[in-house]
Design a protein around this ligand. Structure first.
Ligand SMILES: NC(=O)c1ccc[n+]([C@@H]2O[C@H](COP(=O)([O-])OP(=O)(O)OC[C@H]3O[C@@H](n4cnc5c(N)ncnc54)[C@H](O)[C@@H]3O)[C@@H](O)[C@H]2O)c1
Length: 370
């Protein structure tokens, strides 16, 4: 199969969908890989590294879309790319169709085969191509939190781990899923006192077993959260109710209970945020203050660490991309249910219920494609 890797052109997107190591794997299976010049530059991969791995470098995005049977990307195509997409071309990338009607219509009109990273699903209902970004964001939340706790950055001026004779900081983690677990591990590793709250008792039981001694678990409810915020220095929001807006676990009136200079990192901001006072921010302007409490609400946290994020993402996507290339999308999706769940829009038909519901479009059962 002919694979194309365009350079990401969405604002501030520094990741790339295929590394030189991925090129080597595709070449081993007899596929041909075209990479747009400088596609990997912001992630730390040069054109030379891609060439050495066996790819051919193309100078324009038009050439990449023009030649490829499968396009592997990170973010959804933006408007300037729509016209480049060909009938029956396979696009393997994050799409998030339910949040963009114009994108959905454009992909229907282009009659492309759109396989969305975010809906590839394992039999245990986990989302293997979203997990790596939650891992990155969860770990990064502690790093960012520690930075903004510094006095010159607007924070309380406390070191997460304390020192001999001085107590460490208190870190409250809301949600004990992927983000929360990674945050708790990082904060505990730095020596902070960590409390994780979750509504799932089974999850708390598991975390209690595997976490170090400086991590406590507490049932999530308004009463407990109201108590915990009083002593917290850093609060990390990582709750998720699949398919719904995140619940506002920290209400505006709770800010008055906190110490001035408390830092709140709302990782769940991409689902609306789990603090009432959250609004999405960017890496250029990541924080703002409400009632003396510093809010960090960057919606694409992994974008700031493209080297790590690219490797984490491609470690997860490559096995699926290889299956698609080896078998063709139809055969691969008919054999592998995980991949089949990734099909959203195929040759003009919407085959993912959530997308047809979101935009009131006719729905075609994915099974009718095979
Ligand atoms: N900002 C970013 O850059 C970025 C990056 C990656 C992920 N995210 C977001 O982070 C959020 C968390 O992702 P995840 O992968 O950890 O999800 P997850 O499903 O693994 O974990 C969510 C956890 O929240 C818990 N929960 C639900 N309601 C709760 C409540 N009322 N109180 C306490 N806990 C509750 C669940 O039981 C679950 O354990 C998602 O919204 C995800 O989209 C953001």
């Amino acid at each position: 199969m002919i694979i194309g890797v365009p350079k990401e052109i969405k604002n501030n997107e520094n990741r790339v969908a295929l590394t030189p190591a991925g090129v080597t794997e595709f070449r081993k299976h007899g596929h041909i890989v075209y990479v747009q010049t400088e596609a990997g530059k912001s992630s730390g991969f040069s054109d030379e590294q891609y060439t050495q791995a066996g790819a051919t470098i193309l100078s324009t995005i038009e050439e990449v879309y023009g030649i490829a049977e499968m396009i592997i990307k990170v973010k959804e195509p933006i408007e300037s790319e729509y016209a480049l997409i060909k009938d029956d071309q396979l696009l393997f990338t994050y799409f998030h169709f339910a949040s963009s009607e114009p994108l959905t219509h454009a992909m229907i009109d282009r009659r492309a085969v759109c396989l969305a990273y975010e809906t590839v699903e394992k039999t245990d209902r986990s989302l293997p191509l979203l997990v790596p970004m939650s891992e990155v964001a969860g770990r990064m939340a502690v790093q960012e939190g520690a930075k903004y706790l510094e006095k010159p950055m607007g924070g309380f001026g406390i070191l997460l781990g304390g020192v001999a004779g001085v107590k460490p900081a208190n870190v409250l983690v809301l949600g004990g899923g992927i983000v929360g677990t990674q945050s708790a591990k990082m904060a505990a590793g730095l020596g902070a006192n960590v409390t994780i709250v979750d509504i799932s008792l089974a999850r708390l039981r598991y975390l209690e077993d595997i976490m170090p001694a400086n991590v406590d678990t507490v049932m999530s409810n308004e009463y407990n959260i109201r108590e915990l915020v009083k002593s917290a220095n850093l609060i990390i929001g990582g709750v998720l109710i699949p398919g719904a807006k995140a619940p506002s676990l920290i209400t505006r009136d709770m800010l008055k209970l906190m110490k001035p200079g408390t830092v709140m990192v709302d990782v769940a901001i991409d689902q609306g945020g789990c603090f009432e006072t959250s609004k999405a921010t960017t890496h250029e302007n990541p924080i703002y203050e409400v009632d003396g409490v510093v809010h960090y609400c960057v919606a694409n946290m992994p974008g700031a660490v493209p080297y790590t994020s690219t490797l984490a993402l491609t470690n997860a996507t490559l096995p699926y991309a290889l299956q698609l290339a080896n078998l063709g999308w139809k055969d691969a999706c008919s054999k592998n249910e995980e991949l089949r769940k990734g099909l959203n829009v195929v040759n003009g038909k919407v085959v993912f219920k959530g997308v047809s519901d979101a935009w009131n479009l006719p729905y075609t059962d994915v099974k009718e494609l095979f």
